[in-house]
Every structure is written in structure tokens, then in C-alpha cells.
Write a protein that binds this ligand. Structure first.
Ligand code: ATP
Length: 258
């Protein structure tokens, strides 16, 4: 059972997670916070569920998470200073928050995979998904959803990147309250840094992205491109160098090592 008191003791933020909603079951934590006319409006609200029935990743691909064992939650950003920023860099800030928390608490060596995954020992420990609603061209609400594998040990099905969890890596149960607080504490600091110096977020993210410099393939639907993962640009887009040394900017796609 998740202990709110324990989590709250460890939470050291001004606004992220100060409004905390705990639920046993929800369709998708992102969808709940984005639902039109819902009652959640406070910037930094965290919506947490023990069982996500329709958890999803990019392109609506499913996110599977066993009940009561992991961390599935979304953060609402409703303040306009966070809405006008670059969503890829926000994604990077989210990945870095998880990476820093895992490094601080369990001394993991974390790798980040473009654009939105957190890996430990080459396996996926966390997925992140940013979604927003807009009124015309103006973004009204933005949510950043996290699925972190904490104490789950069995993963059924087939995965493009094999899953792992904190428990599988340290061979003992991990305290979810402590990890969640640590992620949120880090995320708030990174959000501030994202506004004051986005280049720091970019630099820190790049440092943990071991694929930079590697030969990769990148697929988007039917189309597959090959080249070297040259770098990410100032907006977080992937720069792919082809065999003729031409650089192409990639906005979206699934990256694999070749
Ligand atoms: P991929 O991880 O396949 O490169 P992606 O980065 O787009 O894709 P997301 O959109 O973040 O991934 O998440 C959806 C994908 O994550 C699913 O297609 C599935 O392969 C994988 N997945 C689902 N549940 C888990 C889990 N608990 N742990 C690790 N991976 C999972």
C-alpha cells in the first residue's frame, strides 16, 4: 500500500505534487488530467494511479504495469510559462528527473534513449509521454506522464526494448514513496532550469545519451532511415548523418542501434 504520509515527508517541492491525487484505478493518468472540463486545474498537480487500465506510450502503444507495484502518474502543467516551452526539451527534463533519482537512490548507470525512454543496463525502466490540449494554436494544458517499473518482476509479451525494474536490478523491493518524491523533487528543479538555461538540460541529457555517435536506424511508419546519430539540435531534434555526410533533422521516429 502506498503511504501518502511517507511520500509527503520526502517531498521537497514548492508546487510539483503539492496537489496529489491518489487513485486505485484509472484509464490513463494523462487522459484524466487532459479531459475537457475536469476539476484538476492546479499547476503541478500529480495524478497517481495504482492500476492504469489504458496506459499508453507514443502512437497509442500500450504501457503495461502491474497493480500496486510501480509508479504510474502524470503531472499537470497549467502555468503559461511552462506551456510555451519546447516539448522535446520538457521530455528531456522528465527523463533526466527519473535518471537523477535512480542514480541518487540506487547508484544506477542510466542511459537515455531519444526521445523519451530511460534505460538501465540496456533495458527500459521508464517511459514518458507528453500530451497537451489546445484552444486554436494556444496550448492550454500540458501533461507529462511517467510509467516507472519499480517492484514488478515479470513482464509478459514482447517488447522492442526489453523491460526491467528497480527490483530486478537491485534484487530487493524498492520504496515507491521515496522514489516518487525524489523524481518530483528533481523534476521541479529541472523545470526551473529549463526556463532559465535550457542549454543545461540539453547538455545533461546528451551526456546520458550513449547512442550519440552510433550507427542507428530510425523508423517512422513504413519508412526506415539509416545513418549516424550525429547529435541533437538546440530543440532536441535528432540529427542523422547519412553516408554522403548530409545531415537530416528528425522530428519523430523509433531509434534502434544497427
Ligand atoms: P520503444 O520503447 O518501443 O522504442 P517508445 O519509446 O515509443 O517505443 P513508449 O511510447 O514510451 O515507447 O511506450 C510504449 C512502448 O513501451 C510499448 O510499445 C511497449 O513496447 C513498451 N512497454 C510497455 N509497457 C512497458 C513496461 N512496463 N516496461 C517497459 N516497456 C514497456
Amino acid at each position: 500500500m502506498f503511504s501518502f504520509e511517507n511520500f509527503d515527508l520526502k517531498l521537497d517541492t514548492d508546487f510539483i505534487g503539492r496537489n496529489f491525487i491518489y487513485t486505485e484505478e484509472a484509464d490513463s493518468t494523462n487522459s484524466v488530467l487532459l479531459e475537457k472540463g475536469n476539476k484538476y486545474t492546479i499547476n503541478g498537480t500529480v495524478f497517481f494511479t495504482e492500476k492504469q487500465l489504458k496506459g499508453k506510450g507514443r502512437k497509442n502503444r500500450p504501457w503495461y504495469s502491474a497493480k500496486d507495484l510501480n509508479l504510474t502518474f502524470s503531472i499537470l502543467l497549467a502555468h503559461k510559462k511552462y506551456l510555451s516551452g519546447n516539448p522535446v526539451l520538457l521530455n528531456f527534463a522528465g527523463s533526466l528527473a527519473v535518471a537523477n533519482a535512480l542514480e541518487n537512490l540506487y547508484q544506477f548507470r542510466v542511459e537515455l534513449k531519444w526521445p523519451n525512454d530511460v534505460l538501465v543496463n540496456g533495458k527500459k525502466i521508464c517511459g514518458i509521454l507528453i500530451e497537451s490540449t489546445s484552444e486554436g494554436s494556444k496550448i492550454e494544458r500540458l501533461v507529462i506522464g511517467f510509467g516507472i517499473n519499480v517492484n514488478q518482476t515479470m513482464f509478459q509479451g514482447s517488447y522492442a526494448v526489453p523491460p526491467t525494474s528497480v527490483r530486478l536490478e537491485i534484487n530487493e523491493n524498492a520504496e515507491r514513496e521515496r522514489l516518487l518524491a525524489e523524481v518530483l523533487n528533481n523534476f521541479e528543479l529541472l523545470l526551473i532550469s529549463l526556463i532559465e538555461s535550457p542549454e543545461t538540460i540539453l547538455k545533461d541529457w546528451k551526456q546520458k545519451c550513449s547512442m550519440i555517435g552510433d550507427k542507428i536506424s530510425i523508423s517512422e511508419g513504413e519508412e526506415v532511415k539509416y545513418g549516424i546519430f550525429e547529435d541533437v539540435d538546440e530543440n532536441g531534434f535528432l540529427l542523422l548523418k547519412d553516408q554522403n555526410n548530409r545531415i537530416e533533422k528528425i522530428h519523430y521516429g523509433d531509434v534502434s542501434l544497427r
